[in-house]
Design a protein around this ligand. Structure first.
Ligand SMILES: [Zn+2]
Length: 302
């Protein structure tokens, strides 16, 4: 029995995943309000163990039936260890070792954007493309690259970190230490923070309410909101153009919370891309099919 774990910046989800990549049962908890002063690593381990026992209980199975555990995590993965999970304030976390010792099975961890990309390639929007790029627009921008149908995986280092491609020289400071990184302008976090500032909204406003408000403002033809969206899309296109010039993908698939903004952002992105000249062949720009469960399933795809 395979267990998939999605360790996100705001939640932990655990599921039993079938050999056919279907979720048999899943459980999750929100960790957004976690007290940052407590031992966050211990907190994560404790909650993963609780969630695993809950999903096993759902199907009436003991823990000895677990054959493999996969983890999807933000941050950089090197030698099966997680590094730089900035949003949880974790610099280094050998979660695979802890779980492997506890359950006595193989545990593998993979970057969350790469998990989602593998799912899109196998059963989602990128199935019919050999050369394609996945961009995960969420808190930051993660990515993955497929050439000749295979995802580029690095033996010693991480790569396809499109979020840290510099699109503006000496501009906004990024957590990675550089300035002007793509994700400072085109991540969904950057987009939402800009809207909150522009409309003077409460910092804690939910994503659903931001979306509702934006739809109203766009329908009312609010000029400053429309200008802001245009500027966001133009920055996104700078990054996409760079990727197209370097890799000439047949398709670029966009995932992350961007997919919930199909009306407001995706349609406008397509309109503006149609007006653009590309040196390489114009790629298809697609939306990810698999939403929240992609990490959990992708953590187990070979
Ligand atoms: Zn950066």
């Amino acid at each position: 029995m395979q267990i998939g774990i999605d360790l996100g910046g705001s939640h932990i989800a655990v599921g039993i995943i079938s050999e056919k990549n279907i979720i048999v049962t899943k459980r999750e908890i929100n960790i957004e309000k976690i007290n940052k002063t407590e031992d966050i690593k211990q907190y994560i381990v404790d909650n993963i163990k609780i969630l695993i026992s809950q999903v096993l209980k759902d199907v009436g199975a003991p823990s000895c039936v677990i054959s493999k555990i996969g983890i999807s995590a933000p941050g950089k993965i090197k030698n099966n260890i997680i590094y730089d999970m900035y949003n949880l304030g974790i610099k280094e976390f050998d979660l695979t070792k802890i779980l492997s010792e506890h359950y006595g099975v193989e545990v593998a961890v993979r970057n969350d954007a790469k998990c989602a990309a593998l799912v899109e390639k196998k059963i989602g929007s990128m199935q019919n493309y050999d050369d394609c790029v996945f961009l995960c627009l969420g808190t930051g921008i993660g990515g993955a690259t497929f050439i000749n149908g295979r995802m580029l995986e690095y033996t010693k280092e991480w790569g396809s970190e499109y979020g840290h491609m510099i699109i503006k020289k000496d501009d906004l400071e990024c957590k990675c230490g550089s300035k002007g990184c793509f994700e400072k302008y085109a991540s969904m976090k950057a987009f939402k923070n800009g809207i909150i500032k522009l409309l003077n909204l409460d910092q804690d406003i939910s994503s659903e309410n931001i979306l509702k408000l934006l739809i109203n403002k766009v329908n009312e033809r609010n000029q400053e909101v429309n200008q802001y969206i245009d500027e966001y899309i133009e920055n996104l296109i700078v990054g996409i153009s760079n990727i197209v010039n370097i890799l000439a993908p047949e398709a670029i698939c966009i995932g992350g919370s961007f997919v919930y903004y199909e009306e407001i952002l995706y349609k406008r992105l397509l309109e503006k891309l149609n007006l653009k000249n590309f040196n390489a062949v114009r790629p298809k720009v697609l939306l990810a099919k698999m939403k929240n469960d992609a990490g959990m399933i992708g953590s187990l795809i070979k």
